[in-house]
Design a protein around this ligand. Sequence first.
Ligand code: ATP
Ligand code: MG
Length: 295
Amino acid sequence: MAARLDRITRRAHTLSGLLEEGYAIRAADMPGADDLMMRSYAATGRVFERRAQVIAVHGSRGGAGCTFLATHLARAFAERGRSSVLIDVDPYGGDVETILGITDGADGVHPMSALVDVVDEMTPGGLMDALFTHPAGFGVVVASPPDALSVSPESVCRLVDLAAAASDTVILHTGRALDEVTRSCLRTADVILEVLSLDVPAFRAAVRTGARLAADAVDDRTWFVVNRASRGEVLPADVERVFGRPANAVIPLDGSVPRLQDHGRLLGARSRAARAVARLAAQLLAETDRLAGVA
Ligand SMILES: Nc1ncnc2c1ncn2[C@@H]1O[C@H](COP(=O)(O)OP(=O)(O)OP(=O)(O)O)[C@@H](O)[C@H]1O
Ligand SMILES: [Mg+2]
């Protein structure tokens, strides 16, 4: 007997799947079901095997291109046939839904706060069912609405673990400030993409981030991505001079990005900037293969 179906996955195909497997379904009112569910999950001490590569995208200076990179990377992975989930873990976020043209209250959109609320009751498959699917083929969890209660770093990490058990790639769109939720997301990531624009304030902000994260030991997992690259005084080669290693990717400036973003649309996949993001996705996949080979 299913004591209670996940609040969010009470969907027709969840039910039809159970019927196909031969379960008989009876509707019953069980006032203690929530509590029973929570205790049974706590008792089994849920630990999920991480299947996905978890990639955190972070920009230390506003406007470097954190949201551009996270959204286009999600599309790039989906194009390579990888199941991908993009989660807006920015506690003060909202950019992902704007840039993807997801309207407030759109059907099937569950924000971070709603999913975190039921994370301990959900299965990895249940989470995948609950995700909003972008037309480009990746799942999206939008940021909590401004009036939601704040979420704890632990519950955000549990949601990341759940997504990582159910998909090939999880992309965390992180906030700029190094609050506890953001730090936890950076710590749990397999790779951190630090996005830089080619200007002195962006470089200095990234240096400060590196110093603040020293205790988190994430330096060797941090990749530098130059975005909006164009001819100027600061060059992609300056990344190596300042950070001791070269940029892993250089994404060119494309004048059509701001207008497309204003319309909630992604850049054409054949554009130079989108192809640079696709090459970065390929490098990230190669890194997963390399680590799997070492293990
Ligand atoms: N490769 C690019 N070429 C041209 N414009 C870009 C590119 N990437 C981002 N932009 C533009 O630069 C601006 C900042 O990009 P984005 O919103 O992704 O940055 P962000 O780091 O998320 O900023 P914030 O800190 O404000 O959230 C936007 O107007 C976006 O349209
Ligand atoms: Mg942003």
